[in-house]
Ligand binder design. Structure first.
Ligand SMILES: *Cc1c(COP(=O)(O)O)cnc(C)c1O
Length: 459
């Protein structure tokens, strides 16, 4: 018999998680104004709100943490991080930040001005927020295949070259500071971008004199998919693939809370000295001195180890295998999910799952609330609430998809937890036709409303 897959690690420390009754959860979610972000974690059994900063560190990372150098300037932990980032990306300039959006804030302060346009593949929400906050525009050039959840395509994060060239033709070079390539593409479902596509985007952008910047939160997962799915890449190491990808850009922003395998942190890495100098000033204003940028020395030390571990094949194989385990159970039970299964999460197609809930009553949010009530599992809406209102017309923006995302923290839950989640969804799926009403907004903030929105059950 062929030996089954098993995780390449064992567990040294455990953390109890709270169970509850359906009646308790019904009450708690009401008190939270039907916003899953408002629930305290003690009221959640399996927390799949995000894979951001929620993972488990390794013994080596904890050991590195103890050896952190807390010097204000030129800490050894900074030098170690800088060397690791250089080894993986080839970028020689490093600016740590307290997390990914801070990297965006610093870099965009240096590069983006009012009226600019930033083409890319489905910009992440904070990224878009930082662009629009500067009165610039994010233009989505993702391939159309990305928006058909059932279509199998190995690289649904790819950029459509025709759409991109239209942007390059419509606006002058001065209005386009860079093209932003998000790897993997979070907003379109954790879907990867191929090397071939990055290369083609680079060639096209070169012709128009536009540089590439990578939004790299899950760059290691992206490299894993390249190795598994792209012809000619199967014999290369993850680190070789990462190095090639980054060679096509002038720099990156990073949320270390994802593929950095740490609980907090971010950075900007660049190979352009001029941008590095300008961005350094903003780092000092917003984050801290340029050799720590809002991070403790020990956190930089743990991050250096984490980046190295995250770019090892065995780690990535165990991570993606777990996500596929959950995804394949759901597929087997006929539950509509985004295909192929992405890198860090399962995305449930709420328009297909809850066809009787009107679009204006937020079907994906409704499914998220149902799942919490059913089993204490917390996911997150990637739909109309997240898409927010148009900054000019203030109308709701209805995205092409209404998704409930179940993000899987790294090295944190077992496959029994995944099975529990799958059964909870199956139970809801079996009574889906009885769910005909969603929720209405009673209060929202003018920007990034999903974090604080208040809702009530639709009558
Ligand atoms: C998480 C994320 C960010 C923002 O990073 P934070 O660390 O959460 O501030 C930016 N872009 C992408 C693609 C992300 O996944």
């Amino acid at each position: 018999m062929k030996l089954p897959y098993a995780e390449p690690y064992r567990i040294k420390m455990v953390e109890p998680i709270g169970q509850s009754t359906p009646e308790e959860r019904e009450q708690w979610i009401k008190e939270a104004d039907y916003n899953l972000f408002n629930l305290s974690s003690s009221k959640v059994f399996i927390d799949l709100l995000t894979d951001s900063g929620t993972g488990a560190m390794s013994d080596k990372q904890w050991a590195a943490l103890m050896r952190g150098d807390e010097s204000y300037a030129g800490a050894r932990s900074f030098e170690e991080l800088k060397q690791t980032v250089y080894n993986i990306t080839g970028y020689q300039y490093l600016l740590p930040t307290h997390q990914g959006r801070a990297a965006e804030n610093v870099l965009f302060s240096a590069m983006v001005k009012e009226g600019d346009v930033i083409p890319g593949n489905s910009h992440f929400d904070t990224t878009k927020g930082h662009i629009e906050f500067r009165k610039a525009h994010a233009i989505d050039c993702t391939i159309d295949e990305a928006f058909d959840t059932e279509l199998e395509h190995p690289f649904k994060g790819n950029i459509d070259l025709v759409k991109l060239e239209e942007v390059y033709k419509k606006y002058t070079k001065e209005k386009i500071p860079f093209c932003l390539v998000t790897i993997t593409c979070n907003s379109s479902g954790g879907q990867p971008v191929s090397i071939e596509n990055v290369k083609a985007v680079k060639e096209l952008s070169d012709r128009y004199g536009i540089p590439l910047i990578f939004d790299s939160a899950r760059f290691a997962e992206n490299a894993y998919f390249i190795k598994k799915r792209e012809k000619g890449q199967e014999h290369r190491s993850i680190k070789e693939i990462c190095k090639e990808i980054f060679s096509y850009g002038i720099g990156m922003t990073m949320s270390s809370k994802k593929d950095g395998l740490v609980n907090i942190g971010g950075f900007i890495a660049l190979n352009n000295e001029e941008i590095f100098r300008t961005a350094s000033n903003f780092t000092i204003i917003y984050e801290g001195f340029i050799t720590y940028g809002g991070m403790a020395g020990r956190d930089m030390a743990a991050l250096a180890v984490g980046l190295d571990e995250a770019t090892e094949f065995d780690y990535l194989e165990s991570r993606i295998t777990q996500i596929e385990y959950l995804g394949n159970l759901l597929i087997e039970w006929g539950i509509p999910i985004q295909r192929p299964i992405g890198g860090h999460a399962i995305f449930i197609d709420a328009l297909k799952f809850l066809p009787n809930v009107p679009r204006e009553e937020f079907p994906a949010q409704t499914l998220g609330i149902e799942l919490y009530k059913e089993a204490g599992v917390r996911g997150v809406e990637i739909g109309t609430i997240l898409a927010d209102r148009d900054p000019e017309t203030r109308e709701n923006r209805y995205p092409k998809m209404e998704l409930l995302r179940l993000a899987i923290p790294r090295r944190t839950y077992t496959n029994n937890h995944m099975y529990y989640v799958a059964v909870a969804l199956k139970n809801i799926f079996e009574r889906r036709n009885e769910i005909t009403k969603g929720y209405n907004i009673t209060w929202e903030s003018p920007i990034l409303r999903h974090f604080t929105v208040k809702l009530e059950a639709a009558k």
